[in-house]
Write a protein that binds this ligand. Structure first.
Ligand SMILES: [Zn+2]
Length: 53
């Protein structure tokens, strides 16, 4: 597990952390995680829509 530095408070943060434990800033991999969640909701919506119509 690698360490990186928070761009806001410049403290060490785990590279797998979704947000900085010191200042709560959302990290880049957290944005990707949120993007994937939104994509899953969109895919689920289209899946349900195609089966209900
Ligand atoms: Zn921080």
């Amino acid at each position: 597990m690698a360490l990186k530095f928070c761009t806001d408070c410049r403290k060490q943060v785990s590279s797998v952390a979704v947000e900085c434990p010191h200042c709560g800033r959302i990290m880049n991999n957290g944005r990707i995680y949120m993007f994937l969640r939104v994509m899953m909701i969109v895919i689920l919506f289209y899946y349900l829509h195609s089966h209900l119509s």
